[in-house]
Write a protein that binds this ligand. Sequence first.
Ligand SMILES: Nc1ncnc2c1ncn2[C@@H]1O[C@@H]2COP(=O)(O)O[C@H]2[C@H]1O
Length: 699
Amino acid sequence: MVWSSLKILRRHTVHPSTSGAIPEAKSPIGKAPYGSWCTPEATPAHNKLTQTNSNVEKKSQTKDDTQQNQVKGTLVQVQKVRLFTSNTPQEYSSMNDITEAPTELQDLKEPKSRDNSTKRSPVKEPPPPAVETPQSPVPSSPSRHQKCRGFFRRLTLCDPFAPIDPQGRGYISWLLLVTYCYSYNAWCIALRATFPYQTPENTPIWMAVDYFCDLVYLLDVGLVKPRLMFLHEGFWVNELAETRKNYRKKLQYKFDVISLTPLDLLYFYFGTHMVILRFPRLLKLQTFWEFHQAMDRVLSSPYVVRIGKTLFYIFYLIHLNACAYYAMSDWIGLGSNEWVYNNEGNAYIRCFYFATKTATSIGKNPKPENTEEYLFMTAAWLMGVFVFALLIGQIRDIIATATRARAEYRKTVDGCTRYLRRLNMPAALQRRVTCWFNYTWSQQRCFDEAKILNSLPFNMKRDVALAVHMSTLSKVQLFRDCSDSLLRDLVLQLRPVSFLPGDVVVRRGDVGHQMYIIKAGTCYVMSQDENEVLATLREGSVFGEISLLGIEGLRRRTATVRSRGYSNLFALSRNDLDAALKHHKEAAQVLRLRADQIIRENAARQAKQRIAHIQAKKSASLASDNASIAKNRRLSSVSSNDSSSAVEGKRHRSASALSKRRLSAVSENKDVKLPSCRVSVVSRSMAKTPLPTIVLSAD
Ligand SMILES: Nc1ncnc2c1ncn2[C@@H]1O[C@@H]2COP(=O)(O)O[C@H]2[C@H]1O
């Protein structure tokens, strides 16, 4: 089964570079990079997992399920093929020029149907057709292993028959080299043409660097640019004849060719000091822009590149101004008047200082003395007023754009805090609100994700959302048990919400409007009296669904759920859930079964509690009965003691009367016949009296 799955995947290879070979495997829970477009590993079909953190979700699986999951797991492992490798495809020449790829996520069910055909001919199989994707190949950060391979693949730039990925690292590195060469030409041609920095001694060094740059230009125009893949109607064209034709059609090609005009041959006539003959090299400005555009796309902080480019323009203009000032001073005569450069100190630094001063300030500059000097100063000031103001304004805009999100966040927080203060809300509540804002910002860096995604086309928006939330959604049992399309249908409806420690997410008895999926954090399902934790729900757990399912008698929340610490949840509204369940009956079934299980568990628990309660009551009443019986007995024994003591007293009195009578008889010398006496000791235990009693009984 596993073997056949592997074979299926060979048919589903998505990048020409991987065709015919089993692509490398990745971790099943590949967290998609946030900054990149959706890749196949970030899609639900490729993230079928077999584990859950929730203690509520079913643990037992049938044997068939396990086998199925194993196969799916293998598929997941093998389908981790990067759509957007930054590397040059190896087998392009043998492939279709324009190849098509699905923009949608590959469903696992599709390969299953093809599985039959592969079973029929398991040994010999024609190589699978290569499929290429039309998406923007923004490279996501490669693993260490990929980085090593990337280094070697960068060498494919040297392969004259391999097409080049315009978004690949290799090409961007090449653009960096060309940009260096361009910048060298831009700065040094003007510098050497005006300042006396090129001397006969150092001319060979200057020329060596010049011709190295020319070689880079030549390679760029002759070898690299003609092999650059391009998008045609959404598909990458990689055939060399086509890519060459495409480059030659562009205006950039014309400028690139003109930039290589070998005017330096005139050195033989004018001499090597005529560096200005190299000025055509400055026409390769498009490559300079292209490099910055590529960096803008690739870097996570593009405004750094934008500011860098604007600063380059500013310094370059001052540099040109400095060169012009020196050239003019030289032409008028160094130190010949107050305005010109006086030939003291470092010429370039002095002139650069003068140019900066004139470009950024008006007044307090050396007064021009002749017409040329007046013209120069006027031009310098105008440049300062218009060009510099423009460039500095541009920098301000870039910084404002970069910090706009934070500024808006601050505005929202301040507005809300002001509102609460005006309403005289308790300080604790205000603190909670501020805390929520801080936490949400630290987690999401925005308050409304949907607003950001709304600028994208629907499918792309969905793929981005899937990629961003895949690590959580792949843990949700519901999505694993149901078809992949359920996740695709629901992913855009999920609204991220945050809760603070101890917050009530749903309260028992309330009407339910939303169900929740835990993205991060822990929630407790509380017992009726909120003294006991019935269940602990963790990442990937679903709750709050019972009251949304419309089960008779269970239309209100069956339990209170609290957030343990900070928690990030996805909320799904009743309407969205209903709409999804209408088309996914199996999902409704899964939810009902789960609800049924929870309801039964809760009922069993409640019944147990009730029985325990009744038993406790019974035993308590039994104990009180016993106590009252014992009390009664004691009381009765005490009363019997009283009566016996009365008898005793009587007997005692009669005895004493008898003895009195005998004594008086004795004293009167009368003969008295005493009755015979029987003396017995009544034990304490028998009589239940505190002291042993002597009972005298007259026979
Ligand atoms: N014993 C339990 N174990 C796990 N989750 C529960 C339990 N009882 C209730 N819940 C969840 O808590 C939610 C409260 O709101 P609902 O009744 O809509 O849906 C409920 C279930 O999702």
